[in-house]
Design a protein around this ligand. Sequence first.
Ligand code: TUI
Length: 316
Amino acid sequence: MTENVWRNNPVCRALGIDYPVLQGGMAWIADAQLAAAVSNAGGLGLIAAMNSNGEQLRVQIRRAKELTDRPFGVNLMLMSPYIEEAVEVVCEEGVKIVTTGAGNPAKYMEKLNAAGVKVICVVASVALAVMAERMGATAVVAEGCESGGHVGETTTMALVPQVVDAVSIPVIAAGGIADGRGMAASFMLGACAVQMGTRFLTAAECNVHENYKAKVLAAKDHDTIVTGRTLGHPVRALKNAMTREFQRLENDPATTQDQLEAMGAGALRRAAVEGDVKNGSCMCGQIAGLVKSEGTCEEIVHGICEDALRVLKARA
Ligand code: TUI
């Protein structure tokens, strides 16, 4: 019903999608099923390459191709030990769109651009946004520290307009957005699309463990915390026994970096796949308190766009 409204949206035009909504590349969670469901709803679904090796990623890409005829992408986590393989497989499989996160994609931009892959860099700073534009990025996702997982220092409210002023390519807002008000606010800040992770955690098509979903649905405004600052990669997750122990160790001068790294390793898998939401890491954004229902990807994508339009019209 609202498709026509977004026809000239710069992100919809650049990516060939109907609604300016991207799904975050959540490690251990964003698989072919979730990505295809978001893409079939008219948004942009993304498979999280995370720490997958080339062949594991290839399986997911081929599955997504079977599940959707719409554009979908792959999120490249730049800290992955298999990042070189992942870039290779993305090019070989003819994936058209990539988002990058958790680092500077400089090393891979030339190869991806040469293969005709549109690269959207997820940035937490103006400096990286400017670099991304110079390196030929199609757009940037300005991700504020309200988001779940690996976070920067600046809030969405402060980051988005500063990135908008610094670059000429389209800016997609992320971090703390889960409904039409957040989407409308993003547009007011100069963004022309949104990326959401937390909102899709509870989607019907999301394969994250039921315990994780239940914890997100039960979360309130103060229920997330950032740990891992001393390791140089701060991570936001729902508070639990694991984050409390991590915090205690982080504040103890006797703790070594290796001890902390060991504690973090495998923690997300433990929560997302095994459902151990006490001793695993339930990465999640601050907006979890607003996420009260499950819903299909179609209901989520269409719902947020309709609500955003309603809010924008009401305030005009
Ligand atoms: O990457 C994300 N979110 C993530 S990645 C992830 S997997 C992980 N697990 C444990 C520890 C670390 C990673 C879970 N969530 N979002 C995009 C994002 N990128 N947020 C922050 C950044 C970022 C941070 C530093 C981008 C670049 C950067 O440095 C740039 C440079 O020049 O090195």
